[in-house]
Structure formats: structure tokens, C-alpha cells
Design a protein around this ligand. Structure first.
Ligand SMILES: NC(=O)c1ccc[n+]([C@@H]2O[C@H](COP(=O)([O-])OP(=O)(O)OC[C@H]3O[C@@H](n4cnc5c(N)ncnc54)[C@H](O)[C@@H]3O)[C@@H](O)[C@H]2O)c1
Length: 350
């Protein structure tokens, strides 16, 4: 076996814990360094992971010559500067979603990637679920024909992450659109074959968090200084004539008290499909019968781990990024358009 790829993880809070098993499972990569601005967190996670190189400043990890892959797990607004610095330093970069909350920043990340000739991947772990892989394979085999409409939603009843990294725009760049909208939107666009978005009409709402006693099952009382939306909906048109309806919420009187309701419907001229139930719906016009087919899930491991394993493979074998930044740019272009449309109260050209 050749030299192991050395991974440096920046930001060792919540989601980093879901990446570590992936680096452990990969036979060709291992975590060699960690960085975090909070010394206690850094020390605790360093001990738990058995990692000796601990950097209080992320720029020192980026400058470490031993590191091949930088894994960015900080709040959203720090993704772009860290990723650009890491690419400039000649590192491959896997970055938590969203790559950045603003399209302009993702364009700068793409430019840095192209200049460095290294890989840049967005950690869109839902693409690595067994249900997602099985449905995507069917769609790529033509099971749905031309997909001309889709509906995707990710709705929580009382599920706002109340950490500053999520509810303060200066750290997060937005609310549920930017936090969970990127998940369902990325997955839906991927299933649709990543058509080019051309217009969006959107709304945002900010109602339930203002009610007395408002709370979240994901973090207790709602902080008063929250400054992002709690709900958003959008209608998107694509260059190929397809359309999409999107709904996202952290707070909504919608059935799912714990956890979240994340679903997608895809409608094509040969068939329809539901994710994550993975049922294909077709109509036989000769026999006038409807057929519902249950797909078998693809073999899979835990999705966050699998995305890290896939990235290491792509780096080692010179393959394209498993989640290309251009596709993440389309996701954020739509969400940025949603915000602009909500403000302007009209459809926006993207
Ligand atoms: N894919 C998923 O399922 C998923 C789930 C949760 C969060 N996320 C994403 O992961 C990212 C982090 O979220 P989290 O829940 O882990 O947040 P968190 O607050 O739990 O952890 C973030 C960590 O980054 C550190 N940090 C902040 N700024 C830093 C900087 N400039 N340099 C180094 N360290 C820094 C913080 O001290 C903290 O330890 C966000 O972008 C979020 O969208 C993804």
C-alpha cells in the first residue's frame, strides 16, 4: 500500500464527530491533525481521537506540509476563506454544506480549486444513503424518463438548532434554507440530473419563534437574538422546462414532533418516484393498470462516513470530486434567489 493520505480536520464540534468514523474506515486515509478555536474542545477531541497534532489556529494546520486533505467542519461563514487558503496551500478540500452561503464565495472557491488543480467536494451526505444511491441508479437507467417536476421538503416541527453558528446570520448566512434546504435541494437536483435553474419565486416566514414560550427540541428556548428565517418555500423553473417546489422549516405546525419530515417526489414521463420510500410508480396505458415497484436499497454504510471514504478514493485515484462544487453553486444560487425573491415579492431571474 502507498502512503496514507493525511487528513486535517478544522472545527471539531458536532459534525466532525460524524466524519471521524469515515476517515477511520478508509483504508487509504487517516486523521493526522485537528484545529479548533476553542482550546478545551480541541484537547478533548484530540484525546478522544488519539490525534497528537492540535492547532489553535486553522492557518497553522493549513500550512502543515504533512496534510494532504483538509476537512472543513466549521460554521458556514468560515468555509470559503478556509477552503480557499487550503486550496492555495495545495491541499484537497472536503467542506461541510453549504460550501458557502453566497454564490460569489463559491465562485471564488471554484477559481481557487481550478488554480490549485486539487479536488473540492461538498459534504452532501444524503447522496451517500443507500436509498439515494438505489434511486439515482434507476433514474440514470431511464426509469422515470424525462423528469419534468419535483417536490422536495425538509420540515421540522420544533427543530431549530439554537447554536449561534446556525441562528446568527453573521455565522450561518441564513436559516433553514441554508442549513437543511441545501440537503433536500441538492438531493432533488441530483436526482433530476442537475438541470440549470433559471428563475425562482420564494417566500420566507418568521412567526412561531416570536410566540411566548417558543422552544426547540434541538436546543431548548428560542434565543431572542435569532436573526434568520424559520420557514421558506420556493417555486423554481429550469432551462429544460422542468419545475420544482421546495419547502423547508425549523419551526412549523407539521406532523413530526421529533426528528424531521424529509421527502421528495419526482415526476417523469415514464414514471414517478418517492424518496426515501423508494417506490417507483408507472402506468401501463395498454392494460390501464398502475404499477408500484419497491426498490431494493443499495449496499451502504453510514452516509457521513461514506462521503469521507469516497473523497479519499477520488483523491487517491485522480477521479472527479464525488460532489462537484458547480452543483453546490446551483443549490446556493437558487437559495440566494429565494431570499432575493422573498424580499422583492416577485419571481427572480437567476
Ligand atoms: N451534513 C450534516 O448532516 C451536518 C449536520 C450538522 C452540521 N453540519 C454543518 O457542519 C458545520 C458545523 O456545524 P456543527 O453542528 O458541527 O457546529 P458546531 O458549532 O458544533 O462545531 C463547529 C466547531 O467549529 C469551531 N470553529 C468555529 N470557527 C472556527 C474557525 N474559524 N476555525 C477553527 N474552528 C472553528 C467551533 O469552535 C466548533 O468547535 C456547519 O457548516 C453545518 O452546516 C452538517
Amino acid at each position: 500500500m502507498g502512503k496514507m493520505l493525511k487528513v486535517g480536520v478544522i472545527g471539531v464540534g458536532g459534525i466532525a464527530k460524524a466524519h471521524f468514523p469515515g476517515w477511520t474506515q478508509s483504508p487509504i486515509a487517516e486523521v493526522a491533525a485537528l484545529a479548533d478555536l476553542v482550546p478545551d474542545t480541541l484537547k478533548r477531541i484530540g484525546e478522544a481521537q488519539g490525534v497528537k497534532k492540535l492547532y489553535a489556529k486553522p492557518e497553522d494546520l493549513i500550512a502543515d506540509k504533512e496534510i494532504d486533505i483538509v476537512d472543513i467542519c466549521t460554521p458556514n461563514m468560515y468555509h470559503a476563506p478556509l477552503a480557499i487558503a487550503a486550496l492555495k496551500a495545495g491541499k484537497h478540500v472536503i467542506c461541510e454544506k453549504p460550501l458557502a452561503p453566497a454564490p460569489a464565495d463559491i465562485k471564488k472557491m471554484i477559481a481557487a480549486r481550478d488554480k490549485s488543480k486539487k479536488l473540492l467536494m461538498t459534504a452532501q451526505h444524503f447522496r451517500f444513503e443507500g436509498t439515494s444511491k438505489a434511486l439515482k441508479a434507476e433514474i440514470d437507467n431511464g426509469a422515470l424518463g424525462n423528469v419534468y417536476h419535483a417536490r422536495g421538503w425538509m420540515l421540522r416541527r420544533s427543530g431549530a438548532p439554537t447554536k449561534p453558528g446556525f441562528i446568527h446570520k453573521k455565522h450561518s448566512g441564513g436559516g433553514p434554507c441554508i442549513d437543511i434546504g441545501v440537503h433536500i435541494l441538492d438531493l432533488t437536483l441530483w436526482m433530476m440530473g442537475n438541470p440549470k435553474p433559471v428563475t425562482v419565486s420564494g417566500v420566507t416566514q418568521d412567526k412561531l419563534r416570536r410566540l411566548p414560550g417558543a422552544f426547540s427540541n434541538w436546543g431548548g428556548p428560542i434565543p431572542k437574538d435569532w436573526d434568520v428565517e424559520e420557514f421558506a418555500a420556493a417555486f423554481v423553473r429550469f432551462a429544460n422546462g422542468a419545475t420544482l417546489v421546495l419547502e423547508v422549516a425549523w419551526l412549523l405546525n407539521h406532523p413530526k414532533t421529533h426528528g424531521e419530515d424529509m421527502q421528495m417526489w419526482l415526476y417523469g414521463d415514464k414514471g414517478g418516484a418517492h424518496w426515501p420510500n423508494n417506490v417507483l410508480l408507472t402506468t401501463n396505458n395498454k392494460t390501464k393498470q398502475h404499477l408500484d415497484t419497491q426498490l431494493q436499497n443499495a449496499d451502504h454504510g453510514e452516509a457521513h462516513a461514506m462521503e469521507c471514504v469516497a473523497f479519499a478514493e477520488a483523491v487517491a485515484h485522480g477521479r472527479p470530486s464525488p460532489v462537484p462544487a458547480e452543483q453546490s453553486l446551483d443549490v446556493i444560487t437558487i437559495l440566494d434567489g429565494l431570499y432575493r425573491s422573498a424580499k422583492a415579492k416577485r419571481e427572480i431571474l437567476l
